[in-house]
Design a protein around this ligand. Structure first.
Ligand SMILES: Cc1cc2nc3c(=O)[nH]c(=O)nc-3n(C[C@H](O)[C@H](O)[C@H](O)COP(=O)(O)O)c2cc1C
Length: 402
């Protein structure tokens, strides 16, 4: 794999001088950089400082409208990651609403790469409700922040809002940039359930639900990409099988239960993304039920095993993740489920919305963990949600070992 390409966006804060050392650190670590500066940033430090460091031209608004190419799209497409340092209150606001009135803000909006933002500003600007709202919004969009620290501010008094020192910034960035193509699940066994179960009424009819398996398949795919040994237990589906997973197709909830238990003991991370039918017909007719014989048909249903609760009860070393598909009172119902089923992480989503959840390729979820405030992850691909699930599991795993 070639060097990771990073667009460094510099905005007009007093701490901009520290960004020169960060740029030097990133170059030393082997990253390929392009730099874009706002007009106001250039009032604090000249582009010459940065162009001398990276040995190429620094991009500015002047070049933007003179370029033969659409420069903000070119930079956005080129970059594997974007760093904003020091991030002003101004650029945070622009990012939060998607404003594109200069090269820096337009490139950021146009890019789908991960954004690493390192803000610095006076404490009064930092604690302003608007800035805090911007943080919340951007975090929900997946932006990664290195928080400002307390210390002497440019205004001559102590407070919150200082840019951390360059060595701390460099190691935070390198840590994250290098794990973006991470193989951190090597040696881990991941067990995933996906899709719906089908509960036969007779040889041709069944009870089921709308789950297509996309979320569980995305989880299996990401786990495999990050190096895990993956077992995927899935109900009937129309999806392409992810590479190199141990695929265990099933039909009924009871078959799923059996397969999950078979692979449970060896697993490190277990993710129940399947929508298991709660009930099944008490009897499955051996022959097709004929309508001529009946005016009415009353079905008697019996409870299926609660696989997630069973896995919760049998938990030893495993970290267990459950999903809650709710149509109302999402947080309340999901919190109850988390507690009752003894899961370490519950991923809740609102399946009454048509743009997310069942059958779509995107989802918006809330993560619930015992004793941790709920965390919203705004709408994004199911792969990105899967990636975040494993980040959280790896964090939990590290905390356990402490
Ligand atoms: C001396 C001085 C220092 C400033 N320091 C900061 C700062 O640390 N953080 C910040 O958010 N804004 C700071 N500002 C305000 C920004 O420079 C101003 O909002 C500017 O419009 C930001 O533009 P940009 O985000 O396009 O670079 C400062 C302004 C001046 C004049």
């Amino acid at each position: 794999m070639g060097k990771k390409k990073i667009l460094v966006c510099l905005t007009g804060g007093i701490a901009l001088y520290k960004a020169a050392l960060v740029v030097r650190g990133l170059l030393k670590a082997g990253f390929e950089l392009e730099i874009a500066m706002t007009k106001d940033a250039q009032k604090f430090v000249t582009p010459l400082t940065f162009s001398s460091l990276i040995k190429k031209k620094v991009h500015t608004d002047e070049e933007w409208f003179k370029s033969d190419e659409v420069l903000h799209i070119k930079l956005a497409d080129w970059s594997d990651a974007i760093i904003v340092i020091p991030a002003t209150a101004n650029i945070l606001t622009k990012m939060a609403v998607g404003l594109t009135d200069n090269l820096v803000s337009a490139s950021i909006l146009a890019s789908q790469a991960t954004k690493y933002v390192i803000p610095a500003m006076n404490q009064k600007m930092l604690t302003a409700p608007a800035t805090q709202r911007n943080f919340q919004r951007l975090k929900a969009d997946g932006v990664q922040f290195l928080s400002p620290v307390k210390g002497l501010l440019a205004e001559g008094y102590s407070g919150d809002g200082r840019l951390p020192e360059p060595p701390e910034i460099i190691s935070w960035l390198i840590d994250r940039l290098e794990t973006e193509n991470k193989k951190d699940l090597v040696g881990k066994k991941v067990l995933v359930s996906a899709g719906s179960t089908v509960e036969p009424l007779d040889p041709v009819r069944y009870l089921s639900n709308n789950s297509t398996g996309k979320m569980g398949f995305a989880i299996a795919k990401i786990a495999q990409q990050r190096g895990a040994e993956v077992t995927l237990v899935a109900g009937p589906n129309q999806l392409a099988l992810p590479n190199r997973v141990n695929y265990q197709p099933i039909k009924t909830a009871r078959q799923m239960e059996q397969k999950m238990l078979e692979f449970y003991q060896q697993a490190d991370f277990v993710i129940m993304a399947a929508a298991v039918a709660d009930f099944r017909p008490a009897k499955t007719a051996e022959q097709k039920i004929k309508k001529q014989e009946l005016d009415q048909l009353t079905l008697r249903l019996v409870r299926n095993p609660d696989i997630l609760a069973e896995l919760g009860r049998k938990k030893q070393k495993q970290l267990l993740v459950g999903f809650a598909a709710e149509t109302q009172e999402l947080l309340h119902n999901a919190t109850q489920k988390m507690q009752q089923k003894k899961v370490d992480l519950l991923v809740a989503n609102d399946v009454s919305r048509h743009d997310i959840g069942f059958g779509t390729s995107q989802n918006e979820v809330v993560f619930l963990q015992p004793d941790v405030a709920p965390e919203l992850l705004s709408k994004r691909s199911k792969e990105k949600i899967a990636d975040k699930i494993f980040d959280l599991l790896m964090d939990l795993n590290r905390q356990r070992r402490k």
